[in-house]
Design a protein around this ligand. Sequence first.
Ligand SMILES: Cc1cc2nc3c(=O)[nH]c(=O)nc-3n(C[C@H](O)[C@H](O)[C@H](O)COP(=O)(O)OP(=O)(O)OC[C@H]3O[C@@H](n4cnc5c(N)ncnc54)[C@H](O)[C@@H]3O)c2cc1C
Ligand code: FES
Length: 272
Amino acid sequence: MNPYKPMLAKIEKITVETPDTKTFKVVFTDPEDAANFDYKPGQFQQVSVFGVGECTFCLTSSPTMKGYIEFSAKKVGVVTSALHEAEEGDIIGIRAPLGNHFPTDEWKGKNLLFAGGGIGMAPMRSVLNYCLAHKEDYGKITVIYGSRTPADLSYKYEYDEWRKGADVYLTVDAGDDSWTGRVGHVPGYLKELAPSSENTVAVTCGPPIMIKFVLQELKALGFEDENIYTTLEMKMKCGIGKCGRCNIGSKFVCVDGPVFNYKEIADLPQEF
Ligand SMILES: Cc1cc2nc3c(=O)[nH]c(=O)nc-3n(C[C@H](O)[C@H](O)[C@H](O)COP(=O)(O)OP(=O)(O)OC[C@H]3O[C@@H](n4cnc5c(N)ncnc54)[C@H](O)[C@@H]3O)c2cc1C
Ligand code: FES
């Protein structure tokens, strides 16, 4: 099989999440591709818009959602702008699943803490929905999610479902007339809520500045590096460890990652 050849997929549904982010629900056009496709939370894909280019997105759907996959794209440049112009029914290319995944089996019996910001919720939504679907395997699940404004919060239609199995805390940097919730940054909310690090794994994804301060708070709460996970977003081309575009020292983020814990990250050359 040619690993550079994308599978064809039809955009079945487009959901506008925020002013700059859309979620694409896609189905493979070849029933054999659909039947053979399987993935784990944290894996990613290379999406091609034919005639424009290819770029990288995590799978934001959970493997427990059968028959389709979803990814969320923030409009930042050439390919993501073309995607934002796509319509339901359009055909795109997908190379997936790529990369490693969150070690959800190792986490069994533990409490889970998710601290995310903005589009960083995209990879966390996959693992969160996976763990909620296997709630009996995990302890207490806590979600802290923030964005710049209420309009920038993604996946609003799912919060009630999340609340059935998790404590969900939302916050925005700046509220508006409709917002009655908390105003402030994710790290500050984490400090205020002070979840116990006892038997708990933390996952954090979001803007680098948020992650920096979330890490500080997690350390203050007693979380060890090996119990804090994130996904790294190095620029990628091949996605399969061939082109050398995404390496950090001897590691290729596209095959050794994108999921790492902070003990592994501490062992990497600090060149990113
Ligand atoms: C493993 C992984 C998972 C990702 N998951 C998602 C996701 O779920 N949703 C999402 O919206 N985006 C995700 N990204 C980022 C996404 O791949 C880039 O935003 C996209 O490739 C930009 O393509 P473009 O052609 O629109 O932008 P370009 O026209 O190529 O560039 C526009 C701007 O975006 C910057 N840029 C390009 N690629 C990246 C990158 N990888 N990281 C940071 N900045 C970049 C460029 O430096 C430039 O400033 C992920 C990236 C990786 C590596
Ligand atoms: S993207 Fe080519 S080696 Fe990782």
